[in-house]
Structure formats: structure tokens, C-alpha cells
Ligand binder design. Structure first.
Ligand code: UDP
Length: 499
């Protein structure tokens, strides 16, 4: 393969979740804006998302010039999955999870073949490969090409630091019950008190991925040359440096990557009716008056819980923009409740606008009408809220989201906790058939949600202090990506260290 002095980064996002594909594509756009050639390798069903994200990146010099999006067939059918089943949110049940990872392994072999020899899809030799956390096969490829291999998890540095501590010191094994709180003491003087039940799948007694796969991922982490994180050094109180010390690896914080994705452009070019409807509705609302409630790219909750949440959202005094995923698989009575109590038909003066499709979240968070964000604490959403200077009410669902909640509420002081203690089952942790959790109890009642919203939207000193802190972080986030800022410098390091 032709040698080059021009930096060429190959990014292989974990295609399992949109929330991994989005930030890695945004990283690709940022790298290209710094002058690197970038190849993003993905699967055919995910390529349009990557390409549209590249096309709607901030205008030149930050745009898609220099980015190649390469789609390698994903052998879903060969692994017993429906054709086109190329993300975890498209799986039918937890039984599909091992099939998905088997297909991912074969996908890896196909990528390796494509990256080798004369028929290579790479225009020139890469200077560095950045791979999603579930692509352990990338390491062999990188070693073969004699280039460094960095990992990208989609988690923040504080969460990665907590995970490192859990792997090494295993404090969760010393507690007597899954609900007993224990501290993950990585960032003193702050405590990070969580229960075993609230930890990511790696630390749960059973999950649908299987121990072997998780072990392989951990070994990949340990063997990789460095870590790319969507965060900025000033945000997580020294977590990036502590993570580097704990892992012995270079940790490059290059975010918040969503800032390169112009919300204005996003909103103007939106072809989707739902997205246009959201923005038009927000335009009619007073500044800082709206609660935006969203639980990530695929976050669902049991029907009984959804209704309790909904009752709070429709009866609170603020207009609410609520994104509901998986509405089609709700039981009939929950569907009926949603139909009768919210409006999804675009009536401009509706109190609670429900979006069942894809909401333009970055544009929503940047809209002046939005005053608070009820979030599941996914790291993408968390950082987008930080970048927008938005206070949060926290409702973690699973994975590392309970740890993120501690960061948002206790460390950064920009959030109020709803007080959820039990994780919501998802396809990686569920033992039952996915989608049949309809009868599960609601842990959080309507009043509890209302209390959190009142604190979130509080116009008194406490609320104002949270808003002040959020505004301060917004400025720091912007500064990190500006010329000479910490993320700017780290992007340059990622590009030019290996040429
Ligand atoms: N997102 C969006 N519209 C939606 C739902 C999600 O734009 O209707 C985006 C959101 O902006 C974020 C990502 O999807 O970039 C969700 O990532 P996060 O890490 O917060 O959560 P996850 O999807 O992994 O649970």
C-alpha cells in the first residue's frame, strides 16, 4: 500500500448504536477540518446516516471534504438475523445479541480483507485507526499495518475512569446485595455512590452478550495504544489525566464533537416532518420556558413507567417537548393514554408535543425556548446539553448512565436527580423477550417527576446557580475547540503525532 506523509485516519464506529455512529462521524468531520484525510468504515444500512451527518457538518473548511464513507456488507443473514439488521436497536430479542456479535466478527474479517493489498478500499496507508469499543478485531489489522490503534467508547472520561477502577479493584464484589450503595473513589473529594445493579453489563451477573465477548473487549482496551474521548479536558475535573495515569495510555479529549455539527444548518436542512414540527413549535414558545424530555436514540421504559412520566409532563406548568421511542410496541392502553393526553398531530398550541420519530436534538438544545432537559444521561446527550449550557434533570436507564448522573449532579452541579434507583431492562440485560416488559411496575411516580421538574425549572437562587454553572461550561466547551483550545490541540495531536 502506498506510503504517505499526509495524515490519514481510519475510523470504524461501533455500528451497534446510533449514539456511537454520530460522535465518531463528528470526530471524522473535525479531523477533516484540521486537514486530515479520513475514511469512515461502516455498514450499508448505517452509511446514509454517516453520509448525511458528514454532509450537514459545519460549512467549509469544516465540511465533508477529505472524508470517504466506505460501506462494507454486514453479514446479518449469514448469522441468522433479518437482512439489514445492522444495529442493536433493530434486533428482535436478546437471543439475537450473540448473532449480532457473530455477524460483527465476520464484518471485521471483511473489513480486514478490504484494507489489505491491492484491492484495498483505503486510498493510502492509514496513519492511525480509531475503532469503536466492540471491534476488538481492529487491533490485529492495526498491528499488521504497523499503525497505532485507538479506541472510542462513546463514554465520558469520568465513566471510563470508574470502569477502570471497577475492573481493577472490583468494589462491587464486596457488597452484600445488588442494591447496596458503594463508592467508586476516583475523583476525591467527590463520591460516586452507586449500586451493583446500576453498573454497565460488564459487571452484571448475567447479560445477553456473554462473558467471553466482554472479556475480549476488555483485552482490546488494555492492548490498544490510546483512547479518544468525546469530552474536553476542562469538563470532568481532571478525569482525562487520571484516566491516562490509570491506564498508562494516551487519552485524547477531542470534544464536544456536536459543536462542529451546526444546529442552524441541521434545522434548515431537515427533511423530516417531525424535526420541522419540533422547531416550528419551539419558535412559538417563550425563552427558557420549555422542558425537553428525551431518553436517547433507543431508550424505552415500561408502559406503566411511561404513563407516570407522561402524567407529570402533561400536568406540569411548562410546555414540554417529549421524544418517545418504541411507541408502536406499547400495549394498547398506553398507546391510548398517549393519544388522548398528548398531541402528535402538529397542533401549534399543544401543551405537550410528542415526537415518535427522530428529534433534532442538537438544534433543540440550542433553541432559546428550551429551559431544561430531562435526560437519561447517555454521554452523547449529556455532552450536547453541556455544550448548549442546558441544566438537566437526570433519569438514568442503564449502562454507564448512573455514573454519568453522579457527574452531572454532584461533580458539575448542573443537574437535579429524579431519584431513579433501578435500571431499566434493555436488550443487553433483559432476560425476557425484548418489548414484553409492559407489565413491569413504575419505580418513579408522577409526583416524584414533578418535584424534579420544579427544581429543574426553578427561578430562585438554586435554579439560577445551576444555570450559571451550565453557562460557564458552555463557554469552556466552545473554547476547547477553538484554535489553541485543549480539544483543538488534542485533535492536532491525533492527526500529526503518527505521520
Ligand atoms: N438523538 C437525536 N434525536 C433523537 C434521539 C437521540 O438526535 O430523537 C441523538 C442525541 O443527540 C445523541 C444520541 O442520539 O447524539 C444519543 O446518544 P446518547 O449517548 O445520549 O444515548 P444513547 O442513544 O446511547 O442511549
Amino acid at each position: 500500500m502506498e506510503r504517505t506523509t499526509k495524515p490519514h485516519l481510519v475510523l470504524i464506529p461501533w455500528q451497534g448504536g446510533i449514539s456511537h455512529i454520530i460522535p465518531m462521524t463528528d470526530i471524522g468531520c473535525l479531523l477533516a477540518s484540521h486537514g486530515a484525510a479520513v475514511t469512515i468504515i461502516t455498514t450499508p444500512a448505517n452509511a446514509p446516516l454517516v453520509q448525511s451527518r458528514v454532509d450537514s457538518a459545519a460549512p467549509p473548511p469544516c465540511g465533508g471534504a477529505g472524508i470517504t464513507v466506505a460501506a462494507i456488507p454486514f453479514p446479518a443473514a449469514e448469522a441468522g438475523l433479518p437482512e439489514g439488521c445492522e444495529r442493536l436497536d433493530l434486533l428482535r430479542s436478546p437471543a439475537d445479541v450473540p448473532r449480532f456479535f457473530a455477524a460483527n466478527k465476520r464484518f471485521g474479517e471483511a473489513v480486514e480483507r478490504h484494507c489489505r493489498g491491492g484491492a484495498s478500499l483505503l486510498p493510502c496507508r492509514p496513519t492511525c485507526i480509531v475503532a469503536g469499543m466492540c471491534h476488538p478485531w481492529t487491533l490485529g489489522l492495526a498491528r499488521e499495518l504497523a499503525v497505532p490503534c485507538y479506541t472510542f467508547h462513546g463514554f465520558g472520561a469520568f465513566a471510563l475512569l470508574c470502569l477502570e477502577h471497577l475492573f481493577k479493584h472490583r468494589p462491587h464484589e464486596a457488597v452484600a446485595s445488588p442494591d447496596e450503595l458503594f463508592d467508586i473513589p476516583v475523583l476525591p473529594p467527590f463520591e460516586c455512590r452507586v449500586s451493583r445493579r446500576q453498573l454497565p453489563p460488564h459487571f452484571l451477573p448475567s447479560n445477553s452478550m456473554g462473558g467471553g465477548l466482554l472479556q475480549e473487549m476488555r483485552e482490546f482496551d488494555v492492548a490498544a495504544d490510546g483512547v479518544v474521548v468525546n469530552t474536553f479536558e476542562e469538563l470532568e475535573r481532571g478525569s482525562t489525566a487520571l484516566l491516562a495515569a490509570a491506564t498508562g495510555k494516551r487519552v485524547l479529549a477531542v470534544g464536544p464533537v456536536s459543536l462542529n455539527h451546526s444546529p442552524g444548518l441541521d434545522a434548515r436542512t431537515m427533511s423530516d416532518d417531525d424535526a420541522r414540527r419540533c422547531m416550528a413549535w419551539l419558535d412559538t414558545k417563550a425563552s427558557g420556558s420549555v422542558v425537553y424530555a428525551s431518553f436517547g436514540s433507543a431508550g424505552c421504559m415500561p408502559a406503566a413507567q411511561l404513563v407516570q412520566l407522561g402524567m407529570a409532563l402533561v400536568s406540569c406548568p411548562w410546555p414540554v417537548l417529549w421524544v418517545v421511542k418504541g411507541a408502536d410496541s406499547l400495549p394498547d392502553d398506553a398507546k391510548k393514554w398517549l393519544r388522548e393526553n398528548t398531541d402528535a398531530d402538529g397542533v401549534a398550541d399543544t401543551k405537550c408535543l410528542v415526537v415518535r420519530g427522530w428529534a433534532p436534538q442538537v438544534a433543540i438544545l440550542a433553541h432559546s425556548a428550551v429551559g431544561g432537559f430531562l435526560t437519561h444521561c447517555g454521554w452523547g446527550s449529556t455532552l450536547e446539553a453541556v455544550a448548549a449550557g442546558m441544566p438537566m434533570a437526570t433519569w438514568p436507564l442503564f449502562a454507564e448512565q448512573f455514573v454519568n448522573e453522579r457527574l452531572i449532579v454532584d461533580v458539575l452541579g448542573v443537574g437535579v436527580s429524579v431519584g431513579v434507583t433501578k435500571p431499566t431492562e434493555n436488550i443487553l440485560t433483559a432476560s425476557k423477550t425484548y418489548g414484553s416488559e409492559a407489565e413491569a411496575e413504575a419505580e418513579v411516580g408522577m409526583e416524584q417527576v414533578m418535584e424534579a421538574l420544579e427544581r429543574l425549572m426553578d427561578q430562585g437562587a438554586e435554579g439560577e446557580e445551576r444555570r450559571r454553572k451550565a453557562r460557564e461550561l458552555k463557554l469552556k466547551a466552545k473554547g476547547a475547540l477553538e484554535k489553541g483550545g485543549s480539544s483543538y490541540v488534542n485533535l492536532e495531536n491525533l492527526i500529526y503525532s503518527f505521520v
